[in-house]
Design a protein around this ligand. Structure first.
Ligand SMILES: *Cc1c(COP(=O)(O)O)cnc(C)c1O
Length: 459
């Protein structure tokens, strides 16, 4: 399988190169030259597979044998998911009229572990095989940073530098990052906001001489390997419900921010997984909901919510879907993205969106998120985290849906307390977190301070 760019500016490259490239060199996002499809007979076989063998079947469709041999891929997949604490990796549980797909049994209790555990192992394998080093730099408001740190900790050939806003992430999130003491992990708390951190990272990436000298790379949600890892659990959930009928459709509700998780569902559908329209659920940061109802993609004001991992203004993966919506025309994609840069908006005719008919979209307010956590807990004794509650609320009129649970409720104790009057019980993974030794460098929100620190650490 070869990969192209949504902007049309790269020659087809193998999977391994797409993984190491991250953002395509022409500014676009990478996609497979064609999406593999599966037969009903294959689906029937897959329906009975456990998560890890299923992951190998699915991921190997996206990776050529002469790029990464299947037995190596198998080993990397085993290693990646060994860090999950549930024997099923992503178990499906029934809650009232719905099914909840628990994606939070990885080391940081959020769904991003599914992708980042695999990505960390892929990076290490490719660096060892092809030589070279990679120094990951990123800014986080919480979830992505800790999942990335846990994906990369102790891996050979790699260092990771993660900026978070000092005392502005939740105490649990802070300690999930700073108690990782592996020598290749560097936590930086900047005296400023998340936006300050992101601006610093952007400036350092734009300093091409610095970026090249220190082999800087990113782990944000645009890496194709992350999407491919997430495709797996759509098939897995479906298999638990198919009951031997390979044509039985399942519907999914997905709480969405950067359009990564739900785009993986779209890929699963294109591969032949029987499903209805994907239900896209946003909080009041609703750029995606507005797009699917009006055809206008317009950057708005960011509002802080109790589901902070979905507080985005621009969805970094959306360009991938735009590519398919615009009939795989890279010139048209480039024009829309240029328009977005210049004016903060672009339009796609409603008729085009309706003809594709892939998604329905709902925005869920704060109040409804809290009442959903409360009523689901009262009725069924099951605790949703606020992100999962957004998807669950969006699904309320459609019984039988699979709602993706993207974080463990203990990660967002304040929001849960608001709903049920007490903090959720902590899973063993968080036991004694506050008492563990930690390491973190606090510094001014200045490009120079961060630059000097990275240079000092890398020598
Ligand atoms: C990142 C995140 C999301 C949103 O996922 P996207 O792929 O950005 O749409 C939802 N919930 C939680 C808990 C997250 O960390």
């Amino acid at each position: 399988m070869k990969y192209l760019s949504t902007r049309g500016g790269i020659q087809p490259i193998p999977f391994s190169q797409a993984v190491m490239m991250g953002l395509a060199t022409d500014g676009g996002l990478t996609l497979p030259v064609s999406i593999p499809t599966v037969t009903t007979a294959t689906l029937k076989h897959w329906a009975d597979l456990e998560f890890i063998p299923l992951a190998l079947e699915i991921i190997s469709l996206f990776v050529a044998e002469d790029d990464i041999p299947r037995h190596d891929l198998d080993r990397l997949i085993h290693k990646a998911f060994a860090s999950f604490t549930h024997p099923e990796i992503t178990p499906l549980v029934t809650v009232g009229n719905h099914h909840v797909l628990e994606l939070f049994h990885g080391p940081t209790l959020a769904f991003k572990d599914v992708a980042l555990q695999l990505l960390g192992n892929l990076f290490e394998y490719l660096l060892q095989r092809d030589g070279g080093t990679l120094n990951i730099l990123g800014a986080t408001s919480g979830d992505t940073g800790s999942a990335a740190i846990h994906g990369v900790r102790g891996k050979k050939g790699m260092e990771i530098f993660i900026l978070h806003p000092h005392r502005r992430v939740s105490p649990i999130q802070e300690r999930q990052m700073t108690t990782v003491l592996d020598a290749n992990v560097h936590n930086i708390a900047i005296e400023g906001t998340f936006d300050d951190g992101q601006a610093i990272v952007k400036k350092l990436f734009n300093d091409l001489a610095f970026k090249k000298k220190y082999h800087l790379g990113a782990v944000n949600s645009i890496n194709w390997a992350r999407i491919v890892a997430q495709v797996v659990y759509y098939f897995y959930a479906w298999g638990r419900l198919a009951h031997g009928d390979a044509t039985r459709p399942v519907e999914f509700s997905v709480p969405t921010g950067n359009f990564g998780d739900i785009f993986a569902g779209y890929i699963a559908k294109r591969m032949g997984l029987p499903m209805g329209k994907l239900l896209l659920a946003t909080n009041r940061n609703d750029i995606l909901t507005r797009f699917f109802s009006t055809g206008s993609y317009r950057i708005g004001q960011a509002h802080p919510t109790i589901s902070p991992s979905m507080d985005i203004q621009v969805s970094s993966n959306f360009e991938r879907y735009l590519y398919y919506l615009l009939h795989e025309d890279p010139v048209a994609v480039g024009q829309k993205m240029a328009e977005l840069d210049a004016t903060g908006a672009f339009q796609v005719p409603r008729s085009v969106i309706d003809a594709a008919g892939e998604f329905r979209a709902t925005a869920v307010g704060e109040e409804e998120t809290v009442t959903t956590i409360r009523s689901v807990h009262q009725r069924y004794g099951y605790l949703l985290d606020p992100h999962t509650a957004v998807g669950f609320a969006a699904a309320k009129e459609t019984p039988g849906m699979v709602c993706l649970a993207t974080a463990h409720p203990a990660k967002f104790g304040d929001a849960v307390k608001q709903a049920i009057g007490r903090e959720p019980q902590r899973p063993p993974l968080l036991d004694g977190l506050e008492q563990r030794p930690y390491r973190c460098q606090v510094m001014a929100a200045s490009v120079q301070a961060v630059r000097d620190f990275i240079a000092g650490q890398l020598g």
